[in-house]
Design a protein around this ligand. Structure first.
Ligand code: NAD
Ligand code: UDP
Length: 319
């Protein structure tokens, strides 16, 4: 049985990866310090003998016993609200955490995949974004703590590949959504659906002309699974190229939820990227991958999930 360590396992993406690797017959070691994650995302896996959970901060030395075939490093705050609240931890998990895990991968002879992000392109001057674009990031702006941590993470991972011959994979993830996102994590989709469910107006930041391209979580997980098993060590974009303005997205959510709330406009956060759309020709070419789930389908499933949450979750305030 192949053994995989997944960090950030109690979070949105990490928990879906745990499900996938369990389904594929792996022994899954899940690690998380629960800073933005929730054990309820993985508690259904606890009874399984091929699933283990470690409550650990990966910015500190990481040790696991036994053999290890793969490491998937997904631990990191991911929502702008989260990483603005915990900037130092965000920088540490992307840098020190990545270094610790690369060291573990080297000692175990494991292959390591890191969760990078479209944020390495910053506020892009190239559209759509291709892997050979170097990006436009403000290192000292509020988003710099996340973007630069991820850029450092890529550089460190490449260095281990080049200088130590470690097998590494880098996925640049574009905005992904689906069940198990935290309703109040501040990202646009849970924000809008939460507002619709509570009967509040939908808050569009800026004039709503900025764009994003939303990928359903199952499509992302499939792309990551294929990349891990490929022999390609350079960064690969995984995302859905179907681009939409945030203003139009708000209208879509209003239609989907049937709410009669309206849109209100709030100040655009500093350095908020104006456009974002992945060029996925590389993933198509080397992984034979492209997204299958339309936004209409994905949103429906995600809305059902949020509707099933309790009143107390719906009104839960973040600390
Ligand atoms: P999430 O906040 O739901 O999950 C992150 C998990 O990491 C949480 O469970 C959190 O408790 C854990 N964590 C954070 N710091 C840790 C530490 N020091 N030690 C151990 N665990 C720690 O976020 P997500 O959306 O699931 O994102 C997961 C990964 O994917 C992140 O690395 C993020 O940068 C990357 N990513 C996500 C998206 C997206 O659209 N969801 C886009 C680009 C990149
Ligand atoms: N946004 C918005 N209203 C909200 C939350 C976010 O208009 O209540 C905007 C945000 O300014 C950004 C886009 O939606 O332009 C996506 O934001 P998110 O935080 O989901 O992710 P980002 O892609 O910015 O990291």
């Amino acid at each position: 049985m192949k053994r995989v360590l997944i960090t950030g396992a109690a979070g949105f993406l990490g928990s879906h990866l745990c499900d996938r690797f369990i389904k594929e017959g792996y022994h899954v070691m899940a690690m998380d310090n629960l800073i933005t994650g929730d054990l309820k995302n993985i508690e259904h896996l606890f009874p399984l003998s091929n699933f283990e959970f470690y409550n650990h901060d990966v910015s500190n030395f990481v040790h696991v016993s036994g053999d290890l075939d793969f490491i998937l490093h997904f631990a990191s705050p991911a929502s702008p609200i989260d990483y603005l609240k915990i900037p130092i931890q965000t920088l540490k998990v992307g840098s020190l955490g990545t270094h610790n895990l690369l060291g573990l991968a080297k000692s175990k002879g494991a292959r390591m995949l890191i969760a990078s992000t479209s944020e390495v392109y910053g506020d892009p001057e190239v559209h759509p974004q291709k892997e050979d674009y170097w990006g436009n990031v403000n290192p000292v702006g509020p988003r710099g703590v996340y973007d630069e941590a991820k850029r450092f993470q890529e550089a460190m991972t490449m260095a281990y590949h080049t200088y130590h011959g470690l097998e590494t994979r880098i996925v640049r993830i574009f905005n992904t959504y689906g069940p198990r996102m935290r309703l109040n994590d501040g990202r646009v989709l849970p924000a809008f659906i939460g507002q619709a469910l509570r009967g509040e107006d939908l808050t569009v930041f800026g004039d709503g002309s900025q764009t994003r391209s939303f990928c359903y979580v199952d499509d992302l997980v499939e792309g990551i699974y294929r990349l891990l098993h490929s022999d390609y060590a350079h960064p690969v974009n995984i995302g859905n190229p179907n681009e939409i303005t945030i203003g139009e997205f708000a209208e879509e959510i209003i239609k989907l939820t049937g709410t009669d709330q309206k849109v209100i406009y709030k100040e655009l956060p500093t350095d908020d990227p104006k456009k974002r759309q992945p060029d996925i020709s590389l993933a198509k070419d080397i992984l034979d991958w492209e997204p299958k789930v339309s936004r209409a389908e994905g949103l429906k499933i995600t809305y059902e999930y949020f509707k099933s949450l309790s009143e107390s979750e719906l009104y839960k305030k973040e600390h």
